[in-house]
Design a protein around this ligand. Structure first.
Ligand SMILES: Nc1nc2c(ncn2[C@@H]2O[C@H](COP(=O)(O)OP(=O)(O)OP(=O)(O)O)[C@@H](O)[C@H]2O)c(=O)[nH]1
Ligand SMILES: [Mg+2]
Length: 196
């Protein structure tokens, strides 16, 4: 799929404030700092579309972007940001889980995982929760430019193995580098197919 236009649409503090679900949407989620906003910019071909930040925990809202005028990318707040208060964390968790389970028009969730690490409990728990909630998702292993491909493959395989006990059919897995543009073609092709 070629991206011919990508624009910021709106930011919503909760599900209720999200725009009318007139076109299918794809949401990015993952730990704070995993590279959600960077991947969104890489896919859109506009490097300043979503705000990228050196300090984690910046995206606090459900940020909507319109792509090619017929689908949307949604940048969700990151989970697992240690410096947030317990109350704030619970508020976010409630807001995110409501969005993920109830949003009409949500086609697929991209769960971003930092390719540099062995499987992390927080990511596994989140993915298990998505399975139980029957939310459609795929995995994207980010920042692959930062390590050897053999290591990336090893971490992806380990993640799949860790999911084994509660997951019969493994989800689709992508690799990405916002730095190098790797994964762009595959992810956009996947979206194109989902749009039908
Ligand atoms: N080398 C490299 N750095 C990346 C890549 N993706 C993101 N980064 C860097 O990682 C940091 C965090 O990126 P963001 O895109 O802001 O991450 P985020 O998941 O949106 O973070 P929050 O909104 O705070 O949850 C920034 O310094 C990015 O430049 C990548 O593919 N390669
Ligand atoms: Mg962000």
């Amino acid at each position: 799929m070629r991206i011919t236009s990508a624009t910021f649409l709106t930011s919503a503090p909760d599900l209720e404030s999200c725009p009318e679900p007139t076109v299918p949407e794809f949401a990015f989620i993952g730990r704070s700092n995993v590279g959600k906003s960077s991947l969104l910019n890489m896919l859109s071909g506009k490097k300043d579309l979503a705000k990228v930040s050196g300090s984690p925990g910046h995206t606090r809202l459900i940020n909507y972007f319109t792509m090619n005028e017929n689908w949307r990318l949604v940048d969700l707040p990151g989970y697992g940001y240690a410096k947030t208060s317990k109350k704030d964390r619970e508020k976010f968790q409630g807001m995110i889980s409501e969005y993920l389970t109830e949003r009409v028009g949500l086609s697929c969730v991209f769960v971003l995982i930092d390719a540099r690490h062995t499987p992390q409990q927080i990511d596994l728990e989140f993915v298990q929760w998505l399975m139980e909630a029957e939310v459609q998702f795929v995995l994207v292993f980010t920042k692959t430019d930062k390590l050897k491909n053999s290591k990336v493959e090893k971490h992806m395989e380990a993640f799949g193995l860790a999911m084994g006990p509660w997951c019969e059919v493994l989800p689709r897995m992508f690799k990405s580098s916002a730095e190098k543009g790797d994964g762009r073609k595959d992810i956009l092709e996947f979206v194109g197919k989902a749009l039908g």
